[in-house]
Structure formats: structure tokens, C-alpha cells
Ligand binder design. Sequence first.
Ligand code: AMP
Length: 237
Amino acid sequence: MLSVVLATCLIAFENPAAPSPPGAVILLGAPGAGKGTQAEQLVKRYGIPSISSGDILRDQVKRGTDLGRLADPIMRAGQLVPDKVLNPMIEERLSRPDCARGLVLDGYPRTVAQAEALDAMLQKKGLPARVFLLEVPREALFKRLTGRRTCPVCKRNYNIYFVPPRKEGACDNDGAALVQRPDDREEVIRERLATFEKQTQPVIEYYSRQRRLIALNGDQAPEKVFEDMVAKLPPTR
Ligand code: AMP
């Protein structure tokens, strides 16, 4: 109990200048729409954690856990990991003290069953939710994903078309050889985009029907997308 209280205090004092958090911010959008980039900015501004279902799954794969072994082939095929596996994983993550005041969700929910489960989780926590959809044309998504490279050491992201490293294939920070995510290969990208259209489009309709969806133009500079998003968040101190 004491550790929970201490952890909560530490989070509150970590960034005393941060504006009060906007509750739960749900980022929807196709793979490559910029959800991760916007999540990073929200973390910086509000001092709330970002929860990326894809990152949690990749970590499980890397560690070779049971969940990782189940998820690995599904992710490599560009399909969705079953809801019955994802929902408890997210619920456990949301129950940690750092999520008490707010959080950003990147990559979850991706099915209507996940959206319904998430509504119940947030209601239980008493957190209001804002749902943003980052809209980006398909051709732009394709280039963003096929060009994406990451440094395995410092995790810095590049794009060979838009943000190339100074020396081809090497990280500007530490010189490590840049890597491509196994699911950022062309055949898998096609499948991921098809999965998005088939399974995540209904999630967009779910929020839209309830008049909770805020659509943003994601096909502009990341700073501009962020500015547009903050303008739609409730005013903070
Ligand atoms: P991402 O990094 O968000 O593009 O996710 C990478 C992969 O992880 C996806 O293509 C899916 O295979 C899996 N994944 C991530 N989030 C979810 C989710 N909410 N539901 C089901 N599968 C997911």
C-alpha cells in the first residue's frame, strides 16, 4: 500500500510544471498514421504514461513468454492477437498507479469488443476519455511504413524517405545498424492495412455513432497534428 502511495506521489512530482492530465486519450488510426509520435508528445506535455499494445506485445515476443510465443506468428502475418488475450493485458496495465490521473492509448482498441471492454475499464476507474482519429491517405501510410527504421540501441526512429539518418543504415546517435520491424515489410503492410479496414473501421463507427470521435488531419507535420489535438482537449491549468 505504502509503495502504491509513494509511486503515485512520485508521478505527481515528476513533472510539477505539467498541465493537469486530460484523462484517457485514445488514439485511433491506421498503422503508420502517427499514433506513436503523437503519444510521445502527450506523454511529454501531460506527464501521463503511453500504453502501446504493439510495444507490450513486441516486448513479450522478445522475452519469449507464453503470450509472446502466441502473438509472434499472428503479428508476423499482420493479423490481430485475440481479444481474450489483449483485454486482460490492457486491464492489468491500466490498474497500475501511474494511470490514475490519465493515460494515452496507442493501438488499442482495434476491435469493437476491445472498445466495449475499454469503456468498462475506464468507467471503473472514473476516467473520462477523448477519442482521436488520425486520418492519413493510404499512399502516404505505405511510404511511412516501408520507410520506417529504428535504432535497436537508443530506439530512435527514422524514415528513409522523410527523416533519413546522416549515414545510410546507421543511427546518428550511436552508429548502430538500423533495423526494420518484421511486420513493416511490404506484404505484411498490405495485410495490416486490410486488417485495419476490416476490423478497426467498425471501432471508428462505434465511437462516431456515440458522437465521441474527433477526426484530425494526420497528413501534416507532426507538430501541427499535435497542436490540432491539444486544441480539442479540455482546457487545463
Ligand atoms: P502496432 O505496433 O500497434 O502496429 O501493432 C503491431 C501488431 O501487434 C499488430 O499488427 C497486431 O498483430 C498486434 N496488436 C497490437 N495491438 C493490438 C490490438 N489492440 N489488438 C490485436 N492485436 C494487436
